[in-house]
Write a protein that binds this ligand. Structure first.
Ligand code: HSE
Length: 434
């Protein structure tokens, strides 16, 4: 039977995502009511700038006092789309203290304080949902947490940042350098004026921490995620990748160790073969490739950012949380029972593409090969070519290795840099997805 008393929602933040959430709640009110089994009402909207015109939102709902909105006693669900650590963290905690379930899109906060927030929600018998925090509209957290709850996930590899994928795709398709592609991304609104969070991999690392915790039923903090940005990726790297039948993506890679006793979580640019499904993810799209023991390989693909796509994920969570409220139940909370340690980057085993500028004279190749051998890194292929700038005394040497621990590779590179005949290490890139 349909309940007539509405479930009341406090919207905390009304920017690009919040305004879309409010719009969809209004325009789809009847469908949401039918799906939930009770009307759902926007009861207050907390903003920083009350004078801003917000089309479609009753000005009487606007307040600058988010805390008072949460404390007024009639709110059932809070939607936090403010972003950042504070005041979002305090507001979410306040919501739990006042019996209010929370839907959040806040990856930075969840990656940093997810454990404490889950504990607070659990103690209060409330929900904390955050599908929108990772890869925008793409259903990912619920499939990992619920649909695959009976399976064992061994690996998650994803493109979880649209800005960097747009830049890398431009470099790949036009031969542009990093700066030129970034400028285009900025002009088209894909990159922010300060792109640091995206291009240095911080945004992807937060998403990686959240996904790793859910996929492996353990706790992975933002600080556990190894992170390298993509600002050093060059047009020459793309040319090398092409020669290998690869492209370059900024990847979040989460793996369970072969012995099952630990996990790794990392974000860095990597070459992947053109035949890999992630290689065909173009422009600002996101995609996450999941390898599970019974299910096999799954790929989730779609828009990873933007007001309406992110609002879609928020609204999905709102419906779920409201249904739980009506059933006087809560959905799944944190599952961290495996308590697997997160291994350092040095333990990660993968392949490498290393480009060296070397003296072009007898014995150099042997010297370089010895360096790899001494560090236990086995070479797969070597390609040497005279430098295009002529000279004749220098050559470019590209070495692709078999799988080896990252620490062994670092040791190799350190030793290579000390060789007189190695004039420079032009680039080191991991090779994934084979
Ligand atoms: N800035 C992010 C991206 C979207 O480019 O994918 C929000 O996480």
């Amino acid at each position: 039977m349909m309940r007539t008393r509405p479930l009341k929602v406090a919207l905390l933040g009304c920017g690009v995502v919040g305004s879309e959430v409010a719009r969809i709640m209004t325009t789809h009110a009847d469908d949401l009511t039918a799906r939930i089994g009770a009307p759902v009402e926007l009861a207050g909207v907390a903003v920083r700038r009350p004078s801003k015109v917000r089309e479609g939102i009753d000005p009487a709902l606007i307040t600058t006092d988010a805390t008072a909105l949460l404390k007024r006693g009639d709110i059932d669900v809070a939607i936090e789309v403010i972003g950042g650590i504070e005041p979002a963290r305090t507001l979410i905690t306040t919501a739990f203290e006042h019996g209010i379930s929370v839907v959040s899109a806040n990856k930075a906060l969840l990656a940093q304080d997810g454990a404490a927030l889950h504990a607070a929600a659990g103690q209060a018998g409330l929900d904390l949902y955050y599908e929108a925090a990772v890869a925008g509209a793409i259903p990912l957290i619920r499939p990992l947490r619920e649909s695959l709850a009976g399976d064992k996930i061994n690996r998650v590899m994803g493109i979880v940042n649209g800005t960097t994928n747009f830049i890398l795709d431009k470099m790949d398709s036009t031969g542009a350098g990093y700066q030129e592609a970034l400028d285009e991304a900025t002009a088209l609104g894909y990159a922010e004026a300060d792109p640091t969070a995206d291009v240095e991999g911080y945004d992807a690392a937060a998403k990686a921490a959240i996904l790793a915790g859910i996929a492996f039923h353990t706790r992975v903090h933002l600080d556990d995620v190894y992170r390298e940005g993509m600002t050093e990726v060059s047009a020459a790297d793309f040319a090398s990748a092409k020669r290998m039948g690869c492209t370059i993506k900024l990847l979040a890679i989460l793996e369970r160790a072969a012995d099952g006793e630990s996990v790794t979580a990392r974000v860095h640019p990597a070459m992947i073969p053109l035949s890999h499904p992630l290689a065909s993810v173009r422009e600002a799209y996101n995609a996450v490739f999941v390898e599970a023991e019974a299910a096999g390989r799954l790929m989730f693909y779609g828009p990873g950012a933007g007001g309406a796509p992110t609002a879609s994920a928020v609204l999905g969570d709102l419906v779920a949380v409201c249904r739980n409220k009506l059933a006087e139940a809560t959905g799944p909370g944190e599952s961290a029972y495996t308590q697997l340690p997160v291994s350092p980057m040095g333990d990660v085993v993968t392949r490498y593409h290393i480009s060296l500028d070397v003296a072009d004279k007898p014995g150099v190749l042997a010297q370089v090969a010895t360096c790899f051998a001494e560090h236990g890194v086995s070479i797969d292929t070597v390609r040497q070519q005279g430098r295009p700038d002529g000279g004749g005394s220098e050559a470019s040497l590209v070495v692709v290795t078999h799988r080896a621990p990252d620490a062994s590779l670092s040791g190799t590179v350190e030793a290579l840099r000390k060789l007189d005949t190695v004039r420079g290490v032009a680039s080191i890139m991991r090779v994934e997805g084979e």
